[in-house]
Design a protein around this ligand. Structure first.
Ligand code: G1P
Length: 281
């Protein structure tokens, strides 16, 4: 079964970016010149997904406005390739908004989409994880799902200092990029982490996850953790890890956003010499 629906949760408070996030949704802060929500929706579109469900909180409607292509008929000096891309996105995917009124974690955000997902397998893209490369990683993961008929989550080796901020898996490699996940734990202490393979924000999930999420108790930080729900499904239906080779930035932190912005700016021939001379000081 093709994956046609993807959930993009953005309702988090964005505390690392306060005070900007008092008035601007975190997913709208530009990485060089493009907000993370743009990258996330584009990645879904490239993967052929038809329905993008953005889970947001009240006051984040700038995101809806961003995808409004009303400048289309008003070509002016600000009109640029990004506007063309927004029109293209609008023509190829339908955007649905679901409100998460009391953000209680990633698991809770996913749970809000139960009715709209309506029995199908689906993707999840966390815009804080910017993954750049020739391939849309969610598309690559959909292929693994179709081939193996198993839920798939993206994983990456990270320095141990980062493990307490992430979900971490115990896993056995079965193909060059594919692992069988044995168990997973959300935000472990370094000494309790089962490995240095962390969960990165891309998932392809069976619909069964909703039933499990409904029964999942509050986990670490008093939130309903998606990791806890997936972990309890491993024994019943199996879960695979996909270790992606593409470049990844955690743009959920100011430093990660700065690094990603520099990376992206260097792709632009117009600026590259200027940037190189700036870094020589
Ligand atoms: C979420 C997941 C975590 C994962 C991380 C990746 O954490 O719960 O398992 O490793 O995204 O970015 P959050 O960033 O919401 O704390």
């Amino acid at each position: 079964m093709d994956i046609t629906k993807v959930i993009i949760p953005v309702a988090g408070l964005g505390t690392r970016f306060l005070p900007v996030t008092k008035s601007i949704p975190k997913a709208m802060i530009p990485i060089f010149d493009t907000p993370s929500i743009h990258y996330a929706v584009k990645e879904a579109m490239i993967a052929g997904m038809k329905e993008v469900i953005i889970v947001m909180s009240r006051g984040q409607e700038a995101i809806i406005e961003y995808f409004n292509n009303s400048l289309k008929s008003d070509r002016n000096s600000n009109y640029n390739q990004k506007m063309d891309e927004i029109s293209y996105i609008n023509n190829n995917v339908s955007l649905n908004i679901v409100y998460q009124d009391n953000p209680r974690g990633l698991g809770d955000a996913i749970l809000q989409c139960k009715d709209i997902i309506n029995g199908e397998p689906f993707g999840v893209i966390l815009p804080d994880d910017l993954i750049l490369g020739n391939n849309s990683i969610i598309s690559e993961m959909s292929k693994v799902y179709t081939q193996k008929k198993s839920s798939v989550i993206a994983i990456k080796k990270v320095p141990s200092i980062l493990l307490p901020n992430l979900g971490v898996v115990d896993a056995k490699r079965i193909e060059s990029k594919v692992y069988e996940i044995l168990n997973m734990v959300e935000k472990p202490k370094i000494e309790d982490a089962p490995s240095d393979l962390a969960i990165i924000g891309r998932y392809i999930l069976h619909y069964e996850i909703f039933e499990t999420l409904e029964k999942t108790n509050l986990g670490i930080n008093g939130e309903i953790q998606l990791t806890d729900a997936i972990d309890s499904l491993i024994k019943d239906i199996g879960v695979l890890g996909y270790q992606f080779p593409e470049v990844h930035f955690d743009v959920g932190t100011p430093l990660g956003l700065l690094k990603a912005s520099i990376h992206q700016s260097m792709k632009n021939e117009e600026f590259i010499d200027d940037i190189k001379s700036f870094f020589k000081f």
